[in-house]
Design a protein around this ligand. Structure first.
Ligand code: MLT
Ligand code: ZN
Length: 467
């Protein structure tokens, strides 16, 4: 672990010189929102010493160069909607907020790409693509608030990964400020490349530990014009989850296959104060599918209807897209409403192992008497298991959660899975990462970190400790 220096008044004055006095704050009240992300447990919060708001890539580079020279931690931050404390300044230092770098620089209809700064809201990327008659494939549940830079930094997944992949699949190229303050363009608007290491792919998903993303070139696609959302309701979790593998083999390539368990559906109903279909006892599978025209869409819907019905669905209905996605996207807030303190597991397993994983989760929850809520991007094997503390005493919670996670991740890794499918490791899962990750793999990651960031100033205390 590196020894970091404090941010002195001299350093604050230098930062003011670099980005302008109005773009620097040391006011504790103004810095408070930058002490946390969406994780509500205050034990994971930490106040920075200063927050800076650069407006250009050159300013970002100058701030990082200064931090590197002074051995001060610098933590890049987007909208702060993360769920793993990836943007929390655990070693204090400088928060580098990218919220003023929020311009859409180009939408190219002819060649299907968009160039954006990191502080553009993901929903605005989607809207700008749509306004040009095109489509952006990424769709994290927090799309109305998260920033594209954060999506790239965490390789955010979301609802359409089954067909379109995760954020890394939407990215052609990135402009990056390295931990020593150089500016480099990585990747390219290419459909194939075999020219050395894919450094842009290394930076994507590195959670701000290897570089600050200052510009992104995104891939756009033709806008799908014929889309339907089917809601298949099942009487048991087992039958609902079993359909996921069958859909994968049915030859329709859905855009999304989402699962929500019944207790969670009822909880969402209470939170939204809205009646949802078959909420008395059924578990949901939401399937979104696209067709080349209405006939094609009808054929695919009929095939999926038959598949679900013959495999135990009580009903398959054409869902109201507004209602069903409002309900699905309310998951995070619903759970927070039930219990301010929770542990958000973001398990990912091979799709064919989801049924076994769900059985193991049920057994473990019973064994430890934990209250759980589950929504899942089931089509890509990503299970959001939220464990709620509710009124459990703190000491009991810490103890039980630790034992629960220990057993849970032993199973996840035995099934061929990993710690996080899309939320990342951040500071919150660092201890688990060091426990479950292959030591050789961890050693390779540490070597890369040390090579690119010799003074360990960029987002320290995230993913793993460097010793
Ligand atoms: C979601 O898909 O709803 C979020 O990524 C999950 C969560 O809040 O656990
Ligand atoms: Zn999710």
């Amino acid at each position: 672990m590196a020894n970091y220096n404090p941010v002195t008044p001299r350093i604050v004055a230098e930062l003011q010189q670099l980005v302008g006095a109005k773009n620097v704050t040391v006011d504790p009240d103004k810095m408070q929102p930058y002490s946390h992300d969406e994780v509500t447990d205050s034990r994971y919060h930490s106040l920075p010493e200063v927050v800076v708001f650069p407006e250009t890539t050159a300013q970002v580079a100058q701030v990082v160069r200064l931090a590197n020279k002074e051995r001060v931690p610098v933590v890049p931050r987007g909208a702060g909607t993360g769920l793993a404390c990836g943007a929390v300044p655990v070693h204090r230092g400088i928060i580098l907020s990218l919220e003023y770098m929020n311009k859409i620089l180009e939408v190219n209809v002819e060649s299907l790409f968009m160039v954006v700064e990191p502080g553009v809201r993901t929903e605005d990327v989607q809207k700008a693509a749509k306004a040009a008659g095109l489509f952006y494939g990424g769709d994290p549940c927090s799309g109305d608030s998260c920033f594209i830079g954060g999506n790239v930094a965490t390789n955010a997944g979301g609802n359409r990964a089954v067909k379109y992949g995760t954020t890394r699949d939407q990215v052609y190229a990135i402009e990056v400020v390295t931990p020593t303050g150089d500016i480099v363009d990585l990747g390219g608007r290419l459909e194939k490349v075999s020219t050395g290491y894919s450094l842009e792919q290394l930076i994507i998903g590195s959670e701000g530990t290897l570089g600050v993303i200052t510009k992104v070139t995104l891939r756009l696609l033709p806008l799908p014009l014929h889309v339907v959302d089917l809601l298949a309701v099942f009487p048991t979790i087992e039958s609902a989850i079993a359909i996921v593998g069958k859909i994968a083999k049915a030859g329709v390539t859905p855009t999304c296959v989402e699962f929500i368990d019944n207790v969670t559906i009822q909880s969402i109903e209470r939170f939204l104060n809205e009646k949802l279909p078959y909420s008395d006892s059924c578990h949901y599978i939401i399937i979104q599918v696209e067709g080349k025209d209405e006939d094609d869409l009808d054929d695919k819907s009929a095939l999926l209807d038959e598949l679900c019905t013959t495999n135990g669905a009580r009903s398959v209905l054409v869902a109201d897209p507004q209602q069903i996605w409002r309900a699905r996207k309310a998951f995070t807030e619903t759970v927070r409403h039930e219990s301010l303190i929770m542990s958000k597991e973001d398990i990912v397993v091979p799709v064919d192992q989801i049924p076994q994983m769900m059985r193991d989760i049920a057994a473990l929850s019973g064994k430890y008497g934990m209250i759980t809520r589950t929504a899942s991007h089931a089509g890509d094997g990503n299970i959001h298991l939220n464990i709620l503390r509710c009124d459990m005493p703190e000491e009991e919670w810490d103890h039980k959660l630790d034992a629960f996670q220990h057993e849970l991740y032993a199973i996840v890794y035995r099934l061929g899975g990993k710690l996080s499918g899309e939320h990342g490791i951040g500071a919150k899962r660092l201890h688990l990462m060091q426990e479950v990750c292959n030591p050789i793999e961890l050693g390779m990651m540490r070597a890369i970190k040390k090579a690119l960031d010799p003074n360990l100033i960029l987002n320290p205390g995230k993913i793993f400790d460097v010793v």
